[in-house]
Design a protein around this ligand. Sequence first.
Ligand code: AMP
Length: 219
Amino acid sequence: MTNIILLGPPGAGKGTQARKLVEERGMVQLSTGDMLREARTSGTAMGRKVAAVMDGGGLVTDEIVIGLIEEKMKGSRGAGFIFDGFPRTLAQADALGAMLKRSGQRLDAVIEMRVDDEALVRRISGRFTCGNCGEVYHDQTRPTKKPGTCDVCGSTDMQRRADDNAESLKVRLMEYYKKTSPLIGYYYALGDLFTIDGLAEIGDVAKSLAGIVDQQAVS
Ligand code: AMP
């Protein structure tokens, strides 16, 4: 079991890399963004509450995301967890530490994916995903081979996130710098932090990540 956190601003490539680790190593991706997107389509009171916050680019309350993560951790088994987009605040980081401890597990590595802001804006503004299998594409850098059709599963259900626009991105970046980036210092102090270049080719980023996961698995 190797448990890792992928830490980085929106558009750093956390989701793309988490999906690769799931496919190649049977790890379990725990993305609070995906859980919240699922919750908002459920029509529950909680779903309605989070929808407006997410579309504006703000952070959902710690209480809600910690509850979601706790529930998913209990119900999932695999070769370790990949925390993707969680924790995003110091309170969430403390809660995760306590949850892992309670279940007799440890955090093996926190991997900061570093990308400059200009690149983030470019990445996010062209991003779209397959609504069926979740494959991630980009208008300029990674278009589908056949327009509007997923290369992986053939679905034509292509989706753009409501919060992938210039206005929300500004808020999301500010939230990242104000509330999430302090986690870099927090995990550095705990001795868990690794930093990789998130602007490298997708395959090279995957290799760097795999190297850290392998190294932590034996240590
Ligand atoms: P993501 O898919 O990780 O970019 O998350 C999309 C949106 O969901 C964020 O902009 C937040 O509104 C919300 N969200 C996801 N994860 C968290 C979290 N750990 N804490 C608070 N809000 C979150």
